[in-house]
Design a protein around this ligand. Structure first.
Ligand code: E9O
Length: 603
Protein backbone atom coordinates (compact mmCIF):
# COMPACT_ATOMS: atom_id res chain seq x y z
CA UNK A 1 0.00 0.00 0.00
CA UNK A 2 1.04 3.57 -0.68
CA UNK A 3 2.00 6.25 1.82
CA UNK A 4 1.64 9.45 -0.23
CA UNK A 5 1.97 12.66 1.76
CA UNK A 6 -1.53 14.11 2.25
CA UNK A 7 -2.03 16.96 -0.21
CA UNK A 8 -5.20 18.89 -0.85
CA UNK A 9 -6.41 19.01 -4.44
CA UNK A 10 -9.60 19.39 -6.48
CA UNK A 11 -10.58 15.95 -5.16
CA UNK A 12 -9.02 15.94 -1.69
CA UNK A 13 -9.58 17.88 1.51
CA UNK A 14 -7.89 17.60 4.86
CA UNK A 15 -8.41 18.54 8.46
CA UNK A 16 -5.58 18.76 10.97
CA UNK A 17 -6.28 17.35 14.41
CA UNK A 18 -3.28 19.17 15.91
CA UNK A 19 -3.92 21.21 19.02
CA UNK A 20 -4.40 20.65 22.73
CA UNK A 21 -5.56 17.14 23.59
CA UNK A 22 -6.47 15.59 26.92
CA UNK A 23 -3.70 13.40 28.30
CA UNK A 24 -3.14 10.86 31.02
CA UNK A 25 -0.11 8.68 31.76
CA UNK A 26 -1.01 5.26 33.16
CA UNK A 27 1.14 5.31 36.30
CA UNK A 28 -0.47 2.18 37.77
CA UNK A 29 2.09 -0.47 38.78
CA UNK A 30 1.13 -2.73 35.88
CA UNK A 31 0.79 0.19 33.46
CA UNK A 32 -2.28 -1.70 32.24
CA UNK A 33 -5.09 0.11 34.07
CA UNK A 34 -6.12 1.91 30.90
CA UNK A 35 -6.70 -1.41 29.15
CA UNK A 36 -8.39 -3.02 32.18
CA UNK A 37 -10.77 -0.07 32.42
CA UNK A 38 -11.08 0.44 28.65
CA UNK A 39 -10.20 4.13 28.67
CA UNK A 40 -11.06 4.33 24.98
CA UNK A 41 -14.72 3.58 25.61
CA UNK A 42 -15.55 7.00 27.10
CA UNK A 43 -13.95 10.46 27.21
CA UNK A 44 -10.57 10.16 28.95
CA UNK A 45 -11.56 12.79 31.54
CA UNK A 46 -14.14 10.33 32.87
CA UNK A 47 -11.37 7.83 33.70
CA UNK A 48 -9.69 10.18 36.18
CA UNK A 49 -7.60 13.34 36.17
CA UNK A 50 -6.35 14.49 32.77
CA UNK A 51 -3.98 17.28 31.78
CA UNK A 52 -3.63 19.38 28.62
CA UNK A 53 -1.06 18.13 26.13
CA UNK A 54 0.01 19.71 22.83
CA UNK A 55 0.00 17.72 19.60
CA UNK A 56 2.46 17.55 17.95
CA UNK A 57 5.07 17.46 20.74
CA UNK A 58 6.87 15.08 23.03
CA UNK A 59 5.07 14.99 26.36
CA UNK A 60 8.27 14.71 28.42
CA UNK A 61 9.24 18.38 28.87
CA UNK A 62 5.78 19.93 28.95
CA UNK A 63 5.18 19.61 32.69
CA UNK A 64 7.32 19.92 35.85
CA UNK A 65 6.66 16.32 36.81
CA UNK A 66 9.82 14.17 36.81
CA UNK A 67 7.70 11.03 36.80
CA UNK A 68 6.18 12.11 33.50
CA UNK A 69 9.47 13.32 31.99
CA UNK A 70 11.06 9.93 32.61
CA UNK A 71 7.88 7.88 32.19
CA UNK A 72 8.04 4.40 30.67
CA UNK A 73 4.80 2.76 29.58
CA UNK A 74 1.37 3.65 28.22
CA UNK A 75 0.17 7.22 27.93
CA UNK A 76 -3.30 8.11 26.69
CA UNK A 77 -4.51 11.04 24.61
CA UNK A 78 -7.98 12.00 23.47
CA UNK A 79 -9.94 14.85 21.90
CA UNK A 80 -13.20 15.66 20.16
CA UNK A 81 -13.64 16.67 16.55
CA UNK A 82 -16.36 17.17 13.98
CA UNK A 83 -16.50 16.21 10.32
CA UNK A 84 -18.62 17.94 7.74
CA UNK A 85 -21.65 16.03 6.46
CA UNK A 86 -20.27 16.88 3.00
CA UNK A 87 -17.59 14.28 3.74
CA UNK A 88 -20.20 11.57 4.14
CA UNK A 89 -20.92 11.49 0.41
CA UNK A 90 -18.80 9.14 -1.58
CA UNK A 91 -15.53 9.80 0.16
CA UNK A 92 -12.87 7.81 1.86
CA UNK A 93 -11.82 9.52 5.06
CA UNK A 94 -8.31 8.56 6.05
CA UNK A 95 -6.88 9.11 9.51
CA UNK A 96 -3.11 9.60 9.28
CA UNK A 97 -0.49 9.88 12.00
CA UNK A 98 2.76 11.22 10.58
CA UNK A 99 4.41 9.52 13.57
CA UNK A 100 3.94 8.59 17.23
CA UNK A 101 6.62 7.10 19.46
CA UNK A 102 6.80 4.11 19.87
CA UNK A 103 3.90 1.69 19.77
CA UNK A 104 0.42 3.10 19.15
CA UNK A 105 -3.19 2.00 19.22
CA UNK A 106 -5.93 4.33 17.99
CA UNK A 107 -9.69 4.28 18.51
CA UNK A 108 -12.38 6.41 16.90
CA UNK A 109 -15.61 6.58 18.86
CA UNK A 110 -14.47 3.59 20.88
CA UNK A 111 -13.71 1.47 17.86
CA UNK A 112 -10.10 0.42 17.24
CA UNK A 113 -8.96 1.69 13.84
CA UNK A 114 -5.16 1.65 13.87
CA UNK A 115 -2.19 -0.08 15.44
CA UNK A 116 1.45 0.64 14.59
CA UNK A 117 4.90 -0.32 15.77
CA UNK A 118 7.78 2.09 15.34
CA UNK A 119 8.31 5.70 16.21
CA UNK A 120 9.30 7.72 13.17
CA UNK A 121 7.14 6.70 10.27
CA UNK A 122 3.56 7.42 9.22
CA UNK A 123 0.58 5.11 9.53
CA UNK A 124 -2.99 5.53 8.37
CA UNK A 125 -6.34 3.86 7.77
CA UNK A 126 -9.70 4.61 6.22
CA UNK A 127 -11.91 5.39 9.22
CA UNK A 128 -15.07 6.29 7.31
CA UNK A 129 -17.11 3.53 8.91
CA UNK A 130 -16.20 4.63 12.44
CA UNK A 131 -17.12 8.31 11.96
CA UNK A 132 -20.29 10.19 12.66
CA UNK A 133 -21.18 13.18 10.53
CA UNK A 134 -24.02 14.55 12.66
CA UNK A 135 -22.30 15.15 15.97
CA UNK A 136 -19.06 14.97 17.94
CA UNK A 137 -16.45 12.28 17.33
CA UNK A 138 -13.85 11.15 19.83
CA UNK A 139 -10.34 9.98 18.97
CA UNK A 140 -8.34 8.10 21.62
CA UNK A 141 -4.68 7.21 21.29
CA UNK A 142 -2.59 4.96 23.52
CA UNK A 143 1.18 5.23 23.02
CA UNK A 144 3.85 3.11 24.67
CA UNK A 145 7.51 4.19 24.60
CA UNK A 146 9.06 1.02 26.06
CA UNK A 147 12.16 -0.12 24.19
CA UNK A 148 13.01 -3.82 24.23
CA UNK A 149 15.70 -5.96 22.59
CA UNK A 150 13.51 -6.33 19.49
CA UNK A 151 12.32 -2.75 19.03
CA UNK A 152 14.16 -0.32 16.71
CA UNK A 153 15.99 1.33 18.41
CA UNK A 154 16.49 -1.55 20.82
CA UNK A 155 16.65 -1.11 24.58
CA UNK A 156 16.12 -3.14 27.70
CA UNK A 157 14.02 -2.98 30.84
CA UNK A 158 16.13 -3.75 33.87
CA UNK A 159 14.24 -4.99 36.93
CA UNK A 160 15.71 -4.86 40.43
CA UNK A 161 14.11 -7.22 42.93
CA UNK A 162 16.30 -6.67 45.99
CA UNK A 163 13.88 -4.60 48.06
CA UNK A 164 16.58 -3.79 50.62
CA UNK A 165 18.17 -1.69 47.87
CA UNK A 166 15.37 -0.73 45.53
CA UNK A 167 11.78 0.29 46.17
CA UNK A 168 9.07 -2.24 45.32
CA UNK A 169 8.35 -2.38 41.59
CA UNK A 170 11.56 -0.59 40.60
CA UNK A 171 12.71 -0.89 37.02
CA UNK A 172 14.82 1.18 34.65
CA UNK A 173 14.66 1.64 30.91
CA UNK A 174 18.20 1.06 29.66
CA UNK A 175 18.90 2.84 26.38
CA UNK A 176 21.51 1.77 23.85
CA UNK A 177 21.51 5.11 22.09
CA UNK A 178 22.83 8.52 23.06
CA UNK A 179 19.67 10.61 22.90
CA UNK A 180 16.66 11.13 25.12
CA UNK A 181 13.83 8.70 24.40
CA UNK A 182 11.28 11.45 23.76
CA UNK A 183 7.78 10.10 23.28
CA UNK A 184 4.25 11.01 22.36
CA UNK A 185 2.49 12.16 19.21
CA UNK A 186 5.44 13.78 17.47
CA UNK A 187 3.99 14.89 14.16
CA UNK A 188 0.71 15.92 12.56
CA UNK A 189 -2.48 13.99 13.03
CA UNK A 190 -5.02 14.58 10.32
CA UNK A 191 -8.03 13.41 8.45
CA UNK A 192 -8.05 13.63 4.69
CA UNK A 193 -10.53 12.64 2.08
CA UNK A 194 -10.15 10.96 -1.27
CA UNK A 195 -12.74 9.69 -3.70
CA UNK A 196 -13.69 6.05 -3.16
CA UNK A 197 -11.55 5.16 -6.11
CA UNK A 198 -8.27 6.86 -5.48
CA UNK A 199 -4.60 7.25 -6.31
CA UNK A 200 -2.90 4.99 -3.78
CA UNK A 201 0.73 5.22 -4.81
CA UNK A 202 3.03 6.94 -7.29
CA UNK A 203 6.60 5.95 -8.06
CA UNK A 204 8.79 8.22 -10.16
CA UNK A 205 12.19 7.21 -11.47
CA UNK A 206 14.40 9.68 -13.28
CA UNK A 207 17.41 9.39 -15.52
CA UNK A 208 19.41 11.78 -17.65
CA UNK A 209 20.56 10.72 -21.11
CA UNK A 210 22.30 13.36 -23.18
CA UNK A 211 20.10 16.44 -22.93
CA UNK A 212 16.96 14.49 -22.12
CA UNK A 213 15.35 13.82 -18.80
CA UNK A 214 13.76 10.40 -18.83
CA UNK A 215 10.92 9.75 -16.42
CA UNK A 216 9.39 6.39 -15.66
CA UNK A 217 6.32 6.49 -13.50
CA UNK A 218 3.90 4.01 -12.00
CA UNK A 219 0.52 4.92 -10.57
CA UNK A 220 -1.31 2.44 -8.38
CA UNK A 221 -5.03 2.88 -7.84
CA UNK A 222 -6.91 1.78 -4.78
CA UNK A 223 -10.52 1.25 -3.86
CA UNK A 224 -13.58 0.26 -5.81
CA UNK A 225 -13.10 -1.49 -9.06
CA UNK A 226 -15.36 0.30 -11.48
CA UNK A 227 -16.15 -1.36 -14.76
CA UNK A 228 -14.72 0.08 -17.92
CA UNK A 229 -11.59 2.09 -18.46
CA UNK A 230 -10.16 4.57 -16.05
CA UNK A 231 -9.60 7.98 -17.49
CA UNK A 232 -5.93 8.70 -16.89
CA UNK A 233 -4.21 12.02 -17.41
CA UNK A 234 -0.59 12.47 -16.44
CA UNK A 235 1.34 15.70 -16.85
CA UNK A 236 4.75 16.83 -15.79
CA UNK A 237 4.77 20.52 -14.89
CA UNK A 238 7.71 22.84 -14.40
CA UNK A 239 7.80 25.38 -11.56
CA UNK A 240 5.92 27.89 -13.70
CA UNK A 241 3.12 25.36 -14.10
CA UNK A 242 3.81 24.74 -17.78
CA UNK A 243 3.18 21.22 -19.06
CA UNK A 244 6.51 19.85 -20.26
CA UNK A 245 5.41 16.26 -20.93
CA UNK A 246 2.25 14.23 -20.68
CA UNK A 247 0.87 10.72 -20.80
CA UNK A 248 -2.34 8.75 -20.54
CA UNK A 249 -1.32 5.45 -19.00
CA UNK A 250 -0.95 4.29 -15.40
CA UNK A 251 2.55 3.04 -16.11
CA UNK A 252 4.50 5.07 -18.56
CA UNK A 253 7.56 6.93 -19.67
CA UNK A 254 7.96 10.64 -20.27
CA UNK A 255 10.76 12.59 -21.86
CA UNK A 256 11.61 16.13 -20.80
CA UNK A 257 13.98 17.82 -23.25
CA UNK A 258 16.70 20.04 -21.75
CA UNK A 259 15.54 19.42 -18.22
CA UNK A 260 16.44 21.58 -15.28
CA UNK A 261 18.25 19.07 -13.06
CA UNK A 262 18.01 18.75 -9.28
CA UNK A 263 21.33 19.84 -7.76
CA UNK A 264 22.49 20.07 -4.19
CA UNK A 265 23.76 23.36 -2.80
CA UNK A 266 27.04 24.50 -4.32
CA UNK A 267 27.00 22.35 -7.46
CA UNK A 268 24.96 24.65 -9.69
CA UNK A 269 23.39 28.11 -9.81
CA UNK A 270 19.98 26.53 -9.48
CA UNK A 271 19.57 24.14 -6.58
CA UNK A 272 16.69 21.96 -5.51
CA UNK A 273 14.72 22.29 -8.76
CA UNK A 274 11.58 20.16 -8.72
CA UNK A 275 8.92 19.34 -11.26
CA UNK A 276 5.42 18.18 -10.40
CA UNK A 277 3.81 15.04 -11.72
CA UNK A 278 0.12 15.83 -11.85
CA UNK A 279 -1.92 12.65 -11.83
CA UNK A 280 -5.60 12.91 -12.70
CA UNK A 281 -7.32 9.58 -12.59
CA UNK A 282 -11.03 8.78 -12.50
CA UNK A 283 -11.77 11.94 -10.57
CA UNK A 284 -8.85 11.85 -8.12
CA UNK A 285 -6.10 14.41 -8.50
CA UNK A 286 -2.68 14.23 -6.83
CA UNK A 287 0.41 16.38 -7.43
CA UNK A 288 3.69 14.62 -6.67
CA UNK A 289 6.89 16.70 -6.70
CA UNK A 290 10.00 15.09 -8.15
CA UNK A 291 13.51 16.09 -9.16
CA UNK A 292 15.49 14.90 -12.14
CA UNK A 293 18.88 13.71 -11.02
CA UNK A 294 21.09 10.65 -11.02
CA UNK A 295 23.18 9.19 -8.24
CA UNK A 296 26.06 6.80 -8.84
CA UNK A 297 28.98 5.51 -6.83
CA UNK A 298 32.32 4.46 -8.28
CA UNK A 299 35.40 3.07 -6.55
CA UNK A 300 36.40 6.48 -5.32
CA UNK A 301 33.65 8.94 -6.15
CA UNK A 302 30.07 9.82 -5.32
CA UNK A 303 28.47 11.20 -8.47
CA UNK A 304 25.35 13.33 -8.69
CA UNK A 305 24.31 13.95 -12.29
CA UNK A 306 27.66 12.38 -13.16
CA UNK A 307 29.59 15.13 -11.39
CA UNK A 308 31.72 14.42 -8.31
CA UNK A 309 29.85 15.34 -5.15
CA UNK A 310 31.79 16.08 -1.97
CA UNK A 311 29.53 16.03 1.05
CA UNK A 312 30.30 18.79 3.56
CA UNK A 313 27.64 18.44 6.15
CA UNK A 314 26.36 17.66 9.60
CA UNK A 315 24.44 14.98 11.37
CA UNK A 316 21.33 16.29 13.10
CA UNK A 317 18.63 15.35 15.55
CA UNK A 318 14.98 16.19 15.88
CA UNK A 319 15.44 17.87 19.24
CA UNK A 320 14.65 21.15 20.93
CA UNK A 321 13.65 22.77 24.20
CA UNK A 322 10.13 22.09 25.45
CA UNK A 323 8.87 20.30 22.34
CA UNK A 324 11.46 17.49 22.42
CA UNK A 325 11.04 15.64 19.14
CA UNK A 326 7.77 17.34 18.22
CA UNK A 327 7.48 18.94 14.79
CA UNK A 328 7.72 22.73 14.89
CA UNK A 329 7.72 24.87 11.73
CA UNK A 330 9.67 27.75 13.29
CA UNK A 331 12.37 25.37 14.46
CA UNK A 332 12.79 23.46 11.22
CA UNK A 333 12.85 26.63 9.12
CA UNK A 334 15.48 28.13 11.42
CA UNK A 335 17.47 24.90 11.14
CA UNK A 336 17.51 25.10 7.36
CA UNK A 337 18.57 28.74 7.55
CA UNK A 338 21.43 27.71 9.84
CA UNK A 339 22.37 24.85 7.50
CA UNK A 340 22.69 27.37 4.68
CA UNK A 341 24.57 29.78 6.96
CA UNK A 342 27.02 26.99 7.72
CA UNK A 343 27.35 26.10 4.03
CA UNK A 344 26.05 22.56 4.52
CA UNK A 345 25.19 20.58 1.38
CA UNK A 346 24.29 17.27 3.02
CA UNK A 347 22.74 16.02 6.26
CA UNK A 348 22.30 12.61 7.82
CA UNK A 349 18.97 11.97 9.53
CA UNK A 350 20.72 10.48 12.53
CA UNK A 351 19.30 8.25 13.97
CA UNK A 352 15.78 7.81 12.53
CA UNK A 353 13.65 9.09 9.63
CA UNK A 354 12.79 12.78 10.11
CA UNK A 355 9.45 14.51 9.60
CA UNK A 356 8.23 14.68 6.02
CA UNK A 357 8.14 18.48 6.27
CA UNK A 358 11.90 18.43 6.97
CA UNK A 359 12.49 16.13 4.01
CA UNK A 360 10.49 18.47 1.77
CA UNK A 361 12.65 21.43 2.81
CA UNK A 362 15.72 19.37 1.92
CA UNK A 363 14.23 18.59 -1.50
CA UNK A 364 13.39 22.27 -2.11
CA UNK A 365 16.62 23.77 -0.81
CA UNK A 366 18.99 21.31 -2.39
CA UNK A 367 20.25 19.70 0.77
CA UNK A 368 21.28 16.11 0.08
CA UNK A 369 20.15 13.57 2.66
CA UNK A 370 21.57 10.33 3.95
CA UNK A 371 18.25 8.88 5.09
CA UNK A 372 18.86 6.80 8.21
CA UNK A 373 16.64 4.15 9.77
CA UNK A 374 15.99 3.95 13.52
CA UNK A 375 18.52 1.10 13.62
CA UNK A 376 20.66 2.75 16.29
CA UNK A 377 22.30 0.86 19.14
CA UNK A 378 22.10 -2.64 17.69
CA UNK A 379 24.73 -3.79 20.15
CA UNK A 380 23.77 -7.20 21.46
CA UNK A 381 23.14 -10.57 19.85
CA UNK A 382 19.52 -10.46 21.01
CA UNK A 383 19.06 -7.31 18.90
CA UNK A 384 19.87 -9.38 15.82
CA UNK A 385 17.52 -12.34 16.13
CA UNK A 386 14.75 -13.28 13.67
CA UNK A 387 12.16 -10.98 15.25
CA UNK A 388 14.48 -7.97 15.08
CA UNK A 389 15.41 -8.81 11.53
CA UNK A 390 11.79 -9.04 10.44
CA UNK A 391 10.95 -5.69 12.03
CA UNK A 392 14.07 -3.99 10.67
CA UNK A 393 13.08 -5.08 7.17
CA UNK A 394 9.53 -3.79 7.65
CA UNK A 395 10.92 -0.45 8.78
CA UNK A 396 13.17 -0.23 5.72
CA UNK A 397 10.15 -0.95 3.54
CA UNK A 398 8.09 1.76 5.26
CA UNK A 399 10.93 4.29 4.95
CA UNK A 400 11.44 3.64 1.28
CA UNK A 401 7.71 3.73 0.66
CA UNK A 402 7.61 7.17 2.29
CA UNK A 403 10.78 8.70 0.83
CA UNK A 404 11.34 6.91 -2.51
CA UNK A 405 10.39 9.91 -4.68
CA UNK A 406 12.57 12.41 -2.87
CA UNK A 407 15.46 13.81 -4.92
CA UNK A 408 17.29 14.86 -1.75
CA UNK A 409 17.67 11.26 -0.61
CA UNK A 410 20.97 10.17 -2.12
CA UNK A 411 21.65 7.17 0.12
CA UNK A 412 19.97 4.93 2.71
CA UNK A 413 21.65 4.24 6.03
CA UNK A 414 20.32 1.04 7.60
CA UNK A 415 21.93 1.54 11.00
CA UNK A 416 24.20 3.56 13.26
CA UNK A 417 27.13 2.01 15.10
CA UNK A 418 25.92 -1.58 15.29
CA UNK A 419 28.20 -4.21 16.81
CA UNK A 420 29.35 -5.04 13.28
CA UNK A 421 32.07 -7.45 14.22
CA UNK A 422 30.49 -10.88 14.54
CA UNK A 423 29.20 -13.57 12.18
CA UNK A 424 25.72 -12.83 13.60
CA UNK A 425 26.02 -9.18 12.57
CA UNK A 426 27.37 -10.20 9.20
CA UNK A 427 24.36 -12.40 8.42
CA UNK A 428 21.88 -9.94 9.92
CA UNK A 429 23.09 -6.91 7.96
CA UNK A 430 23.61 -8.87 4.77
CA UNK A 431 19.92 -9.65 4.95
CA UNK A 432 18.82 -6.10 5.89
CA UNK A 433 20.93 -4.54 3.13
CA UNK A 434 19.80 -7.04 0.48
CA UNK A 435 16.21 -6.35 1.45
CA UNK A 436 16.76 -2.58 1.24
CA UNK A 437 18.32 -3.01 -2.19
CA UNK A 438 15.37 -5.00 -3.44
CA UNK A 439 12.85 -2.47 -2.08
CA UNK A 440 14.22 0.78 -3.54
CA UNK A 441 12.99 1.10 -7.12
CA UNK A 442 15.62 3.82 -7.68
CA UNK A 443 18.53 1.62 -6.52
CA UNK A 444 20.11 4.28 -4.33
CA UNK A 445 23.42 3.45 -2.66
CA UNK A 446 23.21 1.89 0.80
CA UNK A 447 25.39 2.30 3.85
CA UNK A 448 25.49 2.21 7.64
CA UNK A 449 27.45 4.49 9.96
CA UNK A 450 30.04 2.28 11.62
CA UNK A 451 32.24 2.62 14.66
CA UNK A 452 34.11 -0.69 14.37
CA UNK A 453 37.69 -0.63 13.08
CA UNK A 454 38.52 -2.05 9.64
CA UNK A 455 40.37 -4.86 11.41
CA UNK A 456 37.18 -6.23 12.96
CA UNK A 457 34.30 -5.07 10.78
CA UNK A 458 32.25 -7.77 9.01
CA UNK A 459 29.54 -5.66 7.36
CA UNK A 460 31.22 -3.01 5.21
CA UNK A 461 31.57 -5.64 2.47
CA UNK A 462 27.82 -5.22 1.73
CA UNK A 463 27.64 -1.42 1.45
CA UNK A 464 28.30 0.99 -1.40
CA UNK A 465 29.97 3.73 0.60
CA UNK A 466 32.04 3.18 3.74
CA UNK A 467 30.70 5.50 6.44
CA UNK A 468 32.68 5.79 9.66
CA UNK A 469 32.18 7.62 12.95
CA UNK A 470 35.53 8.40 14.56
CA UNK A 471 36.47 10.18 17.79
CA UNK A 472 40.25 10.44 17.83
CA UNK A 473 41.28 12.97 20.43
CA UNK A 474 37.94 12.63 22.20
CA UNK A 475 36.81 9.15 23.27
CA UNK A 476 40.11 7.76 22.09
CA UNK A 477 43.26 9.33 23.50
CA UNK A 478 41.31 12.22 25.03
CA UNK A 479 43.28 15.47 24.89
CA UNK A 480 45.73 14.14 22.32
CA UNK A 481 45.08 15.80 19.01
CA UNK A 482 48.51 14.82 17.74
CA UNK A 483 47.36 11.22 17.16
CA UNK A 484 44.63 12.24 14.71
CA UNK A 485 46.70 12.23 11.49
CA UNK A 486 48.16 8.78 12.16
CA UNK A 487 45.04 7.05 13.39
CA UNK A 488 42.50 8.50 10.98
CA UNK A 489 44.77 7.92 8.01
CA UNK A 490 45.37 4.36 9.20
CA UNK A 491 41.60 3.68 9.26
CA UNK A 492 41.12 5.14 5.79
CA UNK A 493 43.89 3.05 4.32
CA UNK A 494 42.78 -0.03 6.22
CA UNK A 495 39.26 0.11 4.80
CA UNK A 496 40.55 0.95 1.33
CA UNK A 497 42.81 -2.09 1.37
CA UNK A 498 39.80 -4.29 2.16
CA UNK A 499 37.20 -2.58 -0.02
CA UNK A 500 37.73 -0.23 -2.91
CA UNK A 501 34.82 2.01 -1.99
CA UNK A 502 34.53 5.72 -1.30
CA UNK A 503 34.58 6.83 2.33
CA UNK A 504 32.53 9.40 4.26
CA UNK A 505 33.34 10.34 7.83
CA UNK A 506 29.79 10.51 9.16
CA UNK A 507 30.76 11.65 12.68
CA UNK A 508 33.66 13.37 14.41
CA UNK A 509 33.58 16.05 17.07
CA UNK A 510 34.02 17.12 20.66
CA UNK A 511 31.72 18.06 23.54
CA UNK A 512 31.91 21.81 24.05
CA UNK A 513 30.38 23.88 26.80
CA UNK A 514 29.56 27.25 25.24
CA UNK A 515 31.37 30.08 26.95
CA UNK A 516 34.16 27.90 28.28
CA UNK A 517 37.52 29.15 27.02
CA UNK A 518 41.15 28.21 27.49
CA UNK A 519 44.38 28.91 25.66
CA UNK A 520 45.99 26.53 24.94
CA UNK A 521 42.85 24.55 24.34
CA UNK A 522 41.47 22.06 26.83
CA UNK A 523 38.75 19.44 26.47
CA UNK A 524 35.20 20.88 26.67
CA UNK A 525 36.33 24.42 25.75
CA UNK A 526 35.32 26.16 22.54
CA UNK A 527 38.99 26.20 21.52
CA UNK A 528 39.34 22.44 21.84
CA UNK A 529 36.40 21.84 19.50
CA UNK A 530 38.01 24.16 16.93
CA UNK A 531 41.41 22.50 17.30
CA UNK A 532 39.99 18.98 16.98
CA UNK A 533 38.05 19.88 13.86
CA UNK A 534 41.02 21.64 12.28
CA UNK A 535 43.45 18.79 12.99
CA UNK A 536 40.96 16.43 11.39
CA UNK A 537 40.47 18.70 8.37
CA UNK A 538 44.13 18.32 7.48
CA UNK A 539 43.61 14.58 7.11
CA UNK A 540 40.39 15.14 5.16
CA UNK A 541 42.12 17.50 2.75
CA UNK A 542 44.73 14.92 1.85
CA UNK A 543 42.17 12.13 1.46
CA UNK A 544 39.52 14.03 -0.46
CA UNK A 545 41.83 14.25 -3.43
CA UNK A 546 41.61 10.45 -3.46
CA UNK A 547 38.68 8.51 -1.98
CA UNK A 548 37.13 10.64 0.76
CA UNK A 549 33.74 11.84 -0.52
CA UNK A 550 32.37 13.47 2.58
CA UNK A 551 32.81 14.86 6.06
CA UNK A 552 30.05 15.43 8.60
CA UNK A 553 30.42 17.04 11.99
CA UNK A 554 28.74 15.49 15.00
CA UNK A 555 26.52 17.42 15.64
CA UNK A 556 24.59 20.34 14.12
CA UNK A 557 23.33 21.37 17.59
CA UNK A 558 23.48 20.26 21.21
CA UNK A 559 20.75 17.76 22.08
CA UNK A 560 19.18 16.05 25.06
CA UNK A 561 20.31 12.66 26.29
CA UNK A 562 19.47 10.42 29.19
CA UNK A 563 21.07 11.39 32.51
CA UNK A 564 24.56 9.96 32.89
CA UNK A 565 28.03 10.74 34.14
CA UNK A 566 29.32 11.62 30.66
CA UNK A 567 26.53 14.07 29.89
CA UNK A 568 26.07 17.56 31.34
CA UNK A 569 22.38 18.12 30.56
CA UNK A 570 22.75 16.50 27.17
CA UNK A 571 25.35 15.94 24.48
CA UNK A 572 27.30 19.12 23.85
CA UNK A 573 28.97 18.26 20.55
CA UNK A 574 26.85 20.81 18.70
CA UNK A 575 28.35 23.47 16.47
CA UNK A 576 25.33 25.35 17.73
CA UNK A 577 23.77 25.40 21.15
CA UNK A 578 20.42 23.72 21.57
CA UNK A 579 18.92 27.18 21.00
CA UNK A 580 20.73 27.26 17.62
CA UNK A 581 23.28 29.96 18.49
CA UNK A 582 26.82 29.45 17.20
CA UNK A 583 29.78 28.26 19.23
CA UNK A 584 33.22 29.27 18.04
CA UNK A 585 33.59 26.13 15.90
CA UNK A 586 30.52 27.07 13.88
CA UNK A 587 32.55 29.88 12.29
CA UNK A 588 35.40 27.49 11.50
CA UNK A 589 32.98 25.16 9.73
CA UNK A 590 31.23 28.04 8.02
CA UNK A 591 34.49 29.30 6.50
CA UNK A 592 35.49 25.84 5.41
CA UNK A 593 32.14 24.78 3.95
CA UNK A 594 31.54 27.98 2.03
CA UNK A 595 35.01 27.69 0.56
CA UNK A 596 34.32 24.08 -0.41
CA UNK A 597 30.93 25.01 -1.87
CA UNK A 598 32.14 27.86 -4.00
CA UNK A 599 35.31 26.13 -5.12
CA UNK A 600 37.28 28.96 -3.52
CA UNK A 601 39.01 26.39 -1.42
CA UNK A 602 42.75 26.66 -1.79
CA UNK A 603 43.80 24.12 0.85
C1 E9O B 1 26.61 8.12 18.00
C2 E9O B 1 25.96 9.36 18.50
O1 E9O B 1 24.59 9.12 18.67
N1 E9O B 1 28.07 8.26 18.00
C3 E9O B 1 28.58 8.63 19.32
C4 E9O B 1 28.04 10.02 19.66
C5 E9O B 1 28.62 10.63 20.95
O2 E9O B 1 28.76 11.83 21.01
C6 E9O B 1 26.57 9.82 19.83
O3 E9O B 1 25.92 10.96 20.28
O4 E9O B 1 28.89 9.90 21.89
C7 E9O B 1 30.02 8.40 19.49
C8 E9O B 1 30.37 6.97 19.50
C9 E9O B 1 31.75 6.75 20.01
C10 E9O B 1 32.33 5.48 19.49
C11 E9O B 1 33.81 5.41 19.72
C12 E9O B 1 34.16 4.63 20.94
C13 E9O B 1 35.63 4.65 21.23
C14 E9O B 1 35.95 3.95 22.51
C15 E9O B 1 37.35 4.14 22.97
Amino acid sequence: VGMLYPRDSESRESKLLDGIWHFRADMSPTRAKGFDEMWWSAPLCESGPVIDMPVPASYNDITEDKALRDFVGWVWYDRQFYVSPAWSKNWRVVLRFDSAHYYSIVWVNGKQVLEHTGGHLPFEADVFAALRFDGPNRITVAVNNTLTPTTLPPGEIQYENDTSKYPEGYFAQVLQMDFFNYAGIHRHVRLYTTPRKYIDDITILTNVVGNKGQIKYTVVLGGEKTSGNDSVQISALDTAGRVVASGSELNGALVIPNPQLWWPYGMNDTVGYQYTLMVNCSGDVYRQPFGIRTVRVTEDQFLINDKPFYCHGVAKHEDSDIRGKGLDYALITKDFNMLRWLGVNCIRTSHYPYAEEIMSLADQQGVAVIDESPGVGIKHDDNMGPESLKHHKEVMTEMIQRDKNRPSVIMWSVANEPASKSPIAEAYFKSVIEHTRSEDPASRPITFAGSVSFEEDTVVQFVDVVCINRYYGWYEDPGHLEIIPLQLHREFEGFRAKQRKPIIVTEYGADTVPGLHREPSFMFTEEYQVDLLQETHKVFDAARQKYLVGEMVWNFADFMTVEGVKRVVGNKKGLLTRQRQPKRAAFTIRDRYHALATGQDTR
